[in-house]
Write a new protein. Structure first.
Length: 427
């Protein structure tokens, strides 16, 4: 019984051994690529967030919440490239170690080897649908809301040195000098009006404004001061000297953050609802269509951004479909060939494809180009190219398409130089 027949029999009772072997070869570089990409992208953003939040006196927990909301966005960027690297590197190792020759001699062709890779691609496509359709819009809005809450409180907007600040409930604050964007304080005077008519006055040489990790509430950490409390009923005065006093501030809230209404903050179902709710000329009023709720109302969008955003998300999700057909041909290599040539060419193709999608989406936003041309056109071109590359290696299994292209270019260059030399020799 051949290896191909053994694999088909084993599939009745579970995953075939050859499929499991190929998946193991692909999953190791795939998971490593995702981890490295996420760490690199999050570290770069964490540095900027830490600098901003430290200046605002925000706790480290808030920075971690912001980074957690960035994970779906960066995961959506890293997943296609990681899938390409995983399949390409596994194909390179199979061909360099001569395992591909052994499999093909046992009757296992490239089409059969494509099966487990397609399963893996379908699973990651479902993950991309979840990321692009729901997690990214919701976490993008949550990230913006947290950033707004951390940088737009009444304290950040209104406190000034040398002037009274009354936006803290029953408190009145006067600060002689302020540094570090309202965080470092000098010469602090605080007066609190109690509900029974009494007052509490505090003075401190220095202080620091920070935020509680749980709620982000402003806390004044006063140093070296006095607290004087008077009771109106008994005219009793209590004086307290302190080295450190933490005073939570009930800061008056600014206007609430806007609703989730941007086209990039809508989930797939909400986008479909908005596309169906867009007003049509001379159309009679009707109840909201599926999948809208009874309270759904049409939102306003600039230009064609809603339509282009919907097309862009679908294209990015379906971009994973052609990756197996492109990765396996570019990963094939022999012991004497350049093993990284196909990998480099593939990364360049994917980068160029991503820039084309960005350009097509912007052009579709302003109505300069139809999304069917600006977005689906590059996708169709990559799909055709991937099918061609896979057909090429099926016809010539040991030839890498990149090497074949370079050889054809070298032959063309040689023919052109030979023709020029013959022309000048006759003259």
């Amino acid at each position: 019984m051949s290896l191909a027949q053994h694999g088909s029999v084993s599939w009745r009772f579970g995953i075939a051994r050859i499929d499991r072997y190929i998946l193991e070869r692909a999953l190791v570089p795939l998971t490593a690529s995702i981890g490295i990409a996420l760490v690199a992208l999050l570290l770069e953003r964490m540095v900027r967030l830490m600098e901003l939040m430290v200046n605002q006196g925000s706790p480290v927990l808030l920075v971690l919440k912001l980074l957690a909301n960035l994970v779906p966005h960066y995961l959506g960027l890293a997943l296609p490239l990681a899938l390409f690297l995983g399949i390409t590197l596994s194909a390179t190792r199979l061909s360099v170690d001569s395992e591909l020759d052994a499999l093909q001699s046992a009757g296992v062709g490239l089409t059969r080897l494509l099966r487990p890779v397609v399963w893996l691609t379908l699973v990651l496509t479902a993950v991309m649908v979840l990321l692009v359709g729901w997690l990214q819009p919701l976490t993008r809005y949550q990230f913006r809301a947290l950033m707004w809450a951390a940088t737009n409180s009444a304290w950040d907007l209104a406190v000034e040195k040398g002037s009274f600040f009354n936006g803290i409930g029953n408190y009145t604050v006067l600060i002689e000098d302020i540094g570090d964007n309202g965080r470092t304080l000098k010469g602090v005077f605080v007066q609190q009006r109690k509900s029974d008519g009494g007052t509490v006055m505090m003075t401190a040489e220095t202080g620091e404004a920070g935020r509680l990790p749980e709620s982000g509430q402003i806390v004044l950490k006063l140093r070296n001061g006095r607290r004087v409390e008077t009771e109106r009923a008994s005219d009793k005065v209590t004086v307290l000297s302190f080295e450190r006093f933490d005073l939570p501030m009930e800061v008056a809230a600014t206007d609430p953050f806007r609703d989730r209404s941007g086209e990039r903050e809508l989930t797939f179902t909400e986008m479909v609802c908005q596309l169906r709710l867009q007003p049509v000329a001379d159309a009679p009023p009707s109840p909201p269509p599926w999948p809208c709720s009874a309270e759904a109302t049409p939102l306003q969008f600039k230009g064609n951004r809603l339509q282009s955003e919907m097309h862009a998300r679908l294209v990015r999700v379906l971009s994973l479909v052609f990756l197996p057909l492109m990765s396996i041909p570019l990963g094939l290599a022999s012991r004497r060939s350049q093993k990284g040539a196909g990998l480099v060419v593939g990364v360049i193709l994917l980068t160029f494809f991503n820039y084309l999608l960005q350009f097509g989406e912007k052009a579709a936003d302003y109505g300069k180009l139809s999304p069917w041309i600006g977005l689906w056109g590059p996708w169709a071109a990559m799909m055709v190219l991937s099918f061609f590359l896979f057909w090429l290696v099926k016809e010539r299994p040991r030839d890498n398409p990149v090497e074949t292209m370079f050889e054809a270019l070298e032959r063309l260059r040689g023919n052109i130089i030979g023709s020029i030399r013959r022309t000048f020799s006759r003259a």
